[in-house]
Structures are given as structure tokens and as C-alpha cells.
Ligand binder design. Structure first.
Ligand code: DGL
Length: 277
């Protein structure tokens, strides 16, 4: 009997659900295992070494859970750990398996969005400090095509992790960061939400962004990029299970994850607690 592998989707917490939701919408036939490392979130304020350690442990766990392919639905892990995991850990763990991130597909999509080349990147401190977005942009398009303005929004992930989307507190921090971004470059015509938690604040973000500015959130981009990857890699695609199963795991409180996760996914989910190490 054919018993294929799963696609793992990993984030520090709830943010990766914004990616998983779009992936399931586009590719409902595969089996998905979502892992939120809520017990150790946020990642965005942690050092390179710590994010790498947490991400590598999570990949190992997802491989043990029969995932052939893992998507880092987390910019911070993509910025700080992806390259080392692809170049070092994969060879030791299982050279047939793959780990993909969210930054490269987002940068590839920029040329479809921006008309004047002025881009704002909002992300965690870790992602901003890594300069992954400007570096990837330069690699792909050269130094002159885009003017990148980066801003860390360290208060936004705690708002999401605590289910604070619309109150006065959330409004204060969202407005403050966006005012700061446009004060740095008033010509920005495209904003990258470079943290997978941020789309959960989208209704609020849209209130403080001029109507002509495009907001690039990663769910659709990453799901299209995954579909394209599977087309280009039939050896991976043919080894994936197709039962349309979705399993959710958190390293913290499963009941809380079920509650908030159901709100974010728009339907009820079941979640189990998982100990990573
Ligand atoms: N959702 C993650 C990201 O895209 C990380 C948030 C955090 O844990 O700080 O960067």
C-alpha cells in the first residue's frame, strides 16, 4: 500500500497558520502537520544561535513525524536558520528531505507589486537585523532596482499571540509603526508583511496605510511557490500522501491553541501538545 509523507508547516506560534490556510486552499489534497513552538515564542527577539537551535529541533521532530518537506512559515527562522539547516543539518538528517522558507518567494514576488520600487519591510527585530530582505533583493535584482526601508515591529507578535487584534492597544502600536515607516520614506508603494503573524492584524494595518499602497502578505505567495516547487520536483510530489489530513501540534497549551487556531483558520481544529526536546 502507498504510504506517502506529510508536508510539515512550522512557526514559532500562530502566525504560520496564515500560510497554512492559503496552502490548504490551493493544495487541499496533501497531508499537513502544523507545528507551533508557542512555548518558546517569540523567536523574533532571540539570538541567531537560539533561533537556529529551536528551528533545527523542530525540523528534526517534523521529519520524525513523517514529513518529507517542511515549510518554514516563519520569516525569523527563514532568516536566521534556513541556510544552515539546508546546507548542514539536512545532509546529516536525511538528504532526501527538504526545508523551504518564505523570504525568497516573497522577494521574487516584489516585481509584480511595486511600480516605483519603494518598498517597506515590516518584520521582527531578528529578521530586520539579519537584513535578509535587502540582501535577497540585491542578489535577485541588483543594488538599484528597489529602495528598501526596513522597520522592526516588536510589539506586533505579542499582540497576535495574546489575541489582541482590534483594541486601543493594538491600534496604538500598529499606527505608531506605520507612521514611522512612512516618515522614513513617504514614497513607499508596497509593504511586505515580513512576519507571518502580521496578516492577522491586517484589518487594523489597512486603516493606517494609504489606499494606493499594496500590502504583500505571504500566504498566497508561499502557497503558489509551493505548488510550483512540487511541479518542478515530481520525485518529491509523488512521495506525498494524499488524504487531505491536517494535524496540529503546539509545544504549549493545546486547548488554547485549539481555541485561537480555530479563530484563525475559520473552522474548528484539534490540537495536541508535543514535547520537542
Ligand atoms: N511568525 C514569525 C515570523 O514570521 C515569528 C514571530 C516571532 O516568534 O517573533 O517571523
Amino acid at each position: 500500500m502507498f504510504k506517502g509523507g506529510n508536508i510539515g508547516v512550522f512557526d514559532s506560534g500562530y502566525g504560520g497558520l496564515t500560510i497554512l490556510k492559503e496552502i490548504i486552499r490551493l493544495l487541499p489534497q496533501y497531508n499537513y502537520v502544523y507545528l507551533g513552538d508557542n512555548a518558546r515564542a517569540p523567536y523574533g527577539t532571540r539570538s541567531f544561535e537560539v533561533v537556529y537551535q529551536y528551528a533545527a529541533e523542530s525540523v528534526r521532530k517534523l521529519f520524525e513525524m513523517n514529513c518529507n518537506l517542511v515549510i518554514f512559515a516563519c520569516n525569523t527562522a527563514s532568516a536566521k536558520a534556513l541556510r544552515s539547516i539546508q546546507q548542514v543539518d539536512l545532509l546529516q538528517l536525511d538528504a532526501e528531505k527538504r526545508v523551504l522558507g518564505v523570504i525568497r518567494p516573497s522577494v521574487e514576488a516584489l516585481s509584480r507589486f511595486s511600480r516605483n520600487g519603494h518598498i517597506g519591510v515590516l518584520a521582527t527585530r531578528g529578521t530586520i537585523a539579519s537584513c535578509s530582505y535587502p540582501l535577497e533583493v540585491e542578489k535577485l535584482y541588483g543594488a538599484d532596482r528597489f529602495k528598501m526601508t526596513q522597520l522592526a515591529c516588536p510589539m506586533w507578535v505579542p499582540l497576535v499571540e495574546n489575541n489582541e487584534f482590534s483594541g486601543a492597544g493594538a491600534e496604538y502600536f500598529v499606527r505608531k509603526s506605520l507612521e514611522e515607516l512612512f516618515a522614513s520614506d513617504a514614497e513607499i508603494d508596497t509593504i511586505v508583511l515580513g512576519c507571518t503573524h502580521y496578516p492577522l492584524l491586517l484589518p487594523l494595518i489597512e486603516r493606517f496605510v494609504p489606499a494606493h499602497v499594496k500590502i504583500l502578505s505571504q500566504g498566497q505567495i508561499v502557497s503558489e511557490s509551493l505548488a510550483n516547487y512540487l511541479l518542478r520536483h515530481p520525485e518529491m510530489e509523488k512521495n506525498l500522501a494524499r488524504e487531505g489530513k491536517h494535524d496540529y501540534y503546539t509545544t504549549d497549551n493545546a486547548a488554547l491553541f485549539e481555541h485561537l487556531g480555530s479563530v484563525f483558520m475559520g473552522h474548528e481544529i484539534k490540537c495536541n501538545r508535543l514535547q520537542i526536546c
